[in-house]
Design a protein around this ligand. Structure first.
Ligand code: 9YT
Length: 130
């Protein structure tokens, strides 16, 4: 059994700061669960175009607010505490922070290794390492 505490990840390689997001990787591929598990904070007002071409992702909001735009349809869905979105079609999307920082819990299949970087499409390449 593993027990992971968010506070112990702060300042480690599992605490990743992007231009408009902060993500703490509680579980990575090397943890052997078959998925990775993250807490991501999207600051108020942030605009993040993303496209996980190679991953499926489920995201559950546990605080703050924002929205997700489905770039295939143009639909915009509000996000608040208790909203989940699942990118089951590798959906291209724009995530927008709202009035308050948005706190999201995310799971990726296949699991993120921790070595990925967002490419210019906002996607992660598949990294074949443990
Ligand atoms: C909201 C979202 O897509 N989070 C993804 C996790 C984050 N980009 C990470 O840990 O790399």
């Amino acid at each position: 059994m593993k027990v992971v505490r968010l506070q112990d990840l702060i300042g480690t390689s599992r605490d990743v700061h992007g231009p408009n997001w902060v993500s703490r990787r509680l579980l990575l591929k090397k943890d052997g669960m078959g998925f990775s598990f993250h807490e991501t904070i999207i600051p108020a007002g942030a605009i993040l175009p993303m496209w996980y071409k190679h991953h499926l992702e489920a995201v559950y909001c546990v605080g703050g607010d924002g929205s997700i735009e489905d770039l295939a349809t143009g639909e915009v869905h509000a996000i608040e505490d208790g909203t989940l979105y699942a990118l089951d079609q590798h959906d291209r999307h724009i995530l927008r922070g709202g009035k308050e920082d948005m706190r999201l819990v995310c799971a990726f299949n296949p699991p993120v290794t921790g070595e990925e970087v967002h490419d210019r499409d906002g996607a992660y390449a598949l990294v074949d390492a443990d």
